[in-house]
Design a protein around this ligand. Structure first.
Ligand SMILES: O=C([O-])CC(=O)C(=O)O
Ligand SMILES: [Mg+2]
Length: 221
């Protein structure tokens, strides 16, 4: 049998979809004065949004308010459509810690005008990701502490048990609309505490004692 030339533990190299869930933590929906959703809010980032440790997050030139959002990412191993909640976890290959970098001022304007969030959410380096976390390293993805510090001061801390929509629900819901493929990444939403970063800040984020990562913020040259 031919083996795949790609290694799924380097999912960011596959060039697949990044499907993001918004407002999946009530406390975060409230801090931005949004209603707590009764259905998942979805948006996409292109694979060019990926950035790995060692490279900086670049502030988009058209924003003066770049926010961090720390999130648990779910890496899809087996694709599918119309996946049932009961089978959903069979499609998960593993996890990653992710940041959903957001040009908040631009997003606010998009919301006001009823325009899509592409400029606010999908720019290059808007999706910093950790190394791949194999599925068996995480016993319960719905009981993880995720946190983020900026220059050593704690900004975000939350437990994935507070997600409004669970991972099986999200996989099932998304796969009825968008086919899931091997190498896709689902960002499951951010807990409260989102705030601005500026040039030369250092963001450090982690999941319990499972993984941590660091990213420097730089201006576009
Ligand atoms: O921009 C937002 O507030 C929506 C979002 O991505 C999240 O809740 O993680
Ligand atoms: Mg987000």
């Amino acid at each position: 049998m031919m083996s795949s030339p790609k290694n799924l533990s380097k999912f960011w190299e596959w060039g697949r979809k990044i499907i993001c869930v918004g407002r999946n933590y009530a406390e975060h929906a409230k801090e931005l004065k949004n209603a707590v959703p009764t259905e998942p809010v979805l948006f996409l980032k292109p694979p060019t949004a990926y950035v790995k440790e060692g490279s900086p997050v670049i502030m988009p030139y058209y924003s003066n308010n770049l926010h961090h959002e720390v999130e648990l990412g779910v890496v899809i191993g087996k694709g599918g459509r119309n996946i049932s909640q009961a089978c959903a976890m069979e499609h998960v290959h593993g996890y990653a810690l992710c940041l959903d970098m957001t040009a908040r001022d631009v997003q606010d304007k998009c919301k006001e005008k009823g325009l899509p969030w592409t400029l606010a959410k999908a720019f290059d380096t808007s999706c910093p990701v950790s190394d791949f976390i194999p599925k068996d390293k995480i016993q319960d993805p719905h009981n993880l502490n995720i946190w983020l510090k900026v220059n050593d001061s704690l900004r975000q801390e939350g437990n994935t048990s507070a997600m409004i929509f669970s991972i099986p629900f999200l996989i099932s819901y998304i796969s009825k609309i968008i086919s899931l493929e091997e190498g896709d990444l689902i960002l499951t939403g951010t807990p409260k505490g989102v705030a601005s970063v500026k040039e030369d800040d250092e963001m450090m984020a982690g999941i319990d004692n499972i993984i941590s990562m660091k990213f420097k913020v730089e201006k576009q040259s």
